[in-house]
Design a protein around this ligand. Structure first.
Ligand SMILES: Cc1cc2nc3c(=O)[nH]c(=O)nc-3n(C[C@H](O)[C@H](O)[C@H](O)COP(=O)(O)O)c2cc1C
Length: 195
C-alpha cells in the first residue's frame, strides 16, 4: 500500500531515549508524501532529560511534519467526530501509555487521540519501548495484541543481559508496518531479535 497522501497521526509518548531514532523514521515517512499529524503526551511535552528538551522536540517535529502538534485532550478529541486520520501510530509508546490504553484510560492527549481514532474502526499501530515489557506490562501488551484494529511494529529484547524485561520496537520497520496495517494485516515476524 502506498503511503502517499495518507493522513497519519504520530503520537509521541515519554520514551525519550528513542526520540532520535523516531525522528529519523518520521522523516522517512514524510518523504513518502504522507501527511503527518503530530500529537504529544503530557510527559513528552514537559519533561526535560539528558536526551533533550521539549523545546527541541517541538522544533524537530514541526520541521519534519510542517504542522503544530496537538498538545491537549480537547484538541485531540475532534479526531473522533472528524474521522480525518487514516491511521494513528503511537511511537514511541511507553509502558505507561500501553497500560492505560489496554485498560481504557484516556487521560492524556495521546490516549484521547487513540480512543477517538479507534471509534472510527481504523488501524492503530504501537511502537513499544519499555523496560517492563516482559514484566508488569506483559499482560497489557497481550491485551493490546488481541484487540481489533491494533497492530505492533515488530519488537524484541534490546538488551536481555542488563534489562531482561525490556522490549523495544524495531522502528526501522515503521513504514512496512503502517502499510500492512492499512491493509488490515500485522507485519511479520512480530517478534524480532536484536542479536
Ligand atoms: C529520561 C527518561 C526516560 C524514560 N524512558 C522511558 C522509556 O523508554 N519507556 C517507558 O515506558 N518510560 C520511560 N520513561 C518514563 C515515562 O516518561 C513516564 O512513565 C511517563 O509518565 C510517561 O507518560 P506518557 O506515557 O503519557 O508519555 C522515561 C522517563 C524519563 C525521565
Amino acid at each position: 500500500m502506498n503511503l502517499k497522501g495518507k493522513k497519519i497521526g504520530v503520537a509521541m509518548t515519554g520514551s525519550f531515549c528513542t526520540f532520535e531514532k523516531v525522528f529519523l523514521e518520521l522523516q522517512k515517512l514524510k518523504n513518502t508524501d504522507a501527511e503527518l499529524y503530530p500529537i504529544f503526551s503530557d510527559a513528552s511535552q514537559t519533561i526535560e532529560s539528558r536526551f533533550g528538551t521539549p523545546k527541541l522536540y517541538l522544533q524537530k517535529i514541526t520541521e519534519i511534519t510542517g504542522k503544530e502538534p496537538i498538545f491537549t485532550i480537547e484538541d485531540a478529541e475532534p479526531i473522533g467526530p472528524g474521522g480525518y486520520l487514516d491511521i494513528l501510530v503511537i511511537l514511541p509508546c511507553t509502558g505507561n501509555t500501553a497500560a492505560k490504553l489496554a485498560n481504557g484510560i484516556t487521560d492524556t492527549p495521546v490516549l484521547m487521540a487513540a480512543k477517538a481514532h479507534m471509534r472510527n474502526n481504523k488501524p492503530l499501530v504501537i511502537s513499544i519501548s519499555t523496560n517492563d515489557g516482559l514484566g508488569m506490562n506483559l499482560k497489557n501488551i497481550a491485551l493490546l495484541l488481541n484487540t481489533k484494529n491494533i497492530y505492533f511494529v515488530p519488537f524484541g529484547q534490546d538488551n536481555w543481559v542488563k534489562k531482561p524485561n525490556s522490549l523495544i520496537a524495531h522502528t526501522e520497520l515503521l513504514l512496512p508496518t503502517l502499510e500492512a496495517a492499512l491493509e488490515g494485516k500485522q507485519y511479520q515476524p512480530l517478534l524480532l531479535s536484536y542479536d
